[in-house]
Design a binder for this molecule. Structure first.
Ligand SMILES: Nc1nc2c(ncn2[C@@H]2O[C@H](COP(=O)(O)OP(=O)(O)OP(=O)(O)O)[C@@H](O)[C@H]2O)c(=O)[nH]1
Ligand SMILES: [Mg+2]
Length: 232
């Protein structure tokens, strides 16, 4: 795992006429000419953004994480053509976000919205995070997914799968429920990020293999993602 810290680095995204995702030349490629995708992970403080990205990039559960200040960068090189995804693990706390917020959203390739299934408040904040993304001009065709974390805490669950589906459907986001902590969910955490990466690479909808019964996944819909109100 390489942890990098280059907040000034640019990842310029352009859409061609046939709506496929293309990356402009130069800065989107590492020295080996592999493409680098910028994925940002956002959501309230304490929902497990850092643990999820660490699980994907480091392969283990990060014990005793500290609140992220500004942004952390993690990167994982994929087995498909040596391509990389660079994950921007952002701070949930407002006081740590102020100076960095413009950098988060600049030229982003995909967005992961995270809530904590044991915190209704974090789930109810998701529309604000979606709104923040729109305010910062993240293009509608940039893939977005919704992730409910901490599913291992079954007795403390406050957000039902059906409510989460309802919200996800209203935005036309795929929904995934998982746990950064539960080792049996490791493959599922991988699948979430890899599904995004494949989507970015091919720009085609993919069916996610379900590694466990508790996992939830949707087909990606090519329809343009729009904000909406839950009609449940
Ligand atoms: N039980 C359980 N605890 C988790 C899980 N993921 C994270 N945690 C715990 O939740 C707390 C917050 O995790 P972080 O990853 O630091 O949360 P964050 O969203 O990055 O928080 P900020 O950086 O402040 O925005 C820590 O105590 C983690 O150990 C999970 O899947 N299950
Ligand atoms: Mg964090």
């Amino acid at each position: 795992m390489a942890i990098e810290n280059k907040p000034g680095e640019r990842f310029d995204t352009v859409f061609s006429r046939n709506d496929s995702l293309e990356l402009s030349s130069g800065v989107d490629y590492d020295s080996g000419h592999a493409r680098i995708f910028k994925i940002i992970v956002i959501g309230d403080s304490n929902v497990g953004k850092t643990c999820l990205t660490y699980r994907f990039c480091g392969g283990t559960f990060l014990k005793n994480p500290e609140a992220t200040i500004g942004v952390d960068f993690r990167e994982r090189t994929l087995e498909l053509d040596g391509e990389s995804i660079k994950i921007w693990d952002t701070a949930g706390q407002e006081r740590f976000r102020k100076s960095m917020v413009e950098h988060y959203y600049r030229s982003v390739h995909a967005v992961i919205f995270v809530y904590d299934v044991t915190s209704l408040a974090s789930f109810e904040s998701i529309p604000e995070w979606v709104e923040e993304c729109s305010r910062h001009s993240v293009a509608p065709l940039v893939p977005r997914i919704l992730v409910g974390n901490k599913c291992d805490l079954r007795e403390r669950r406050e957000v039902s799968t059906s409510a989460a589906h309802c919200l996800a459907d209203s935005y036309n986001f795929p929904l995934f429920e998982t746990s950064a902590k539960d080792p049996s969910e490791k493959e599922h955490v991988d699948a979430i990020f890899l599904t995004l990466a494949y989507r970015l690479k091919s720009h085609k909808p993919l069916r996610l293999k379900q590694p466990s019964e508790s996992s939830v996944g949707h087909l990606w819909n090519q329809r343009e993602q729009t904000t909406g109100v839950c009609r449940c």
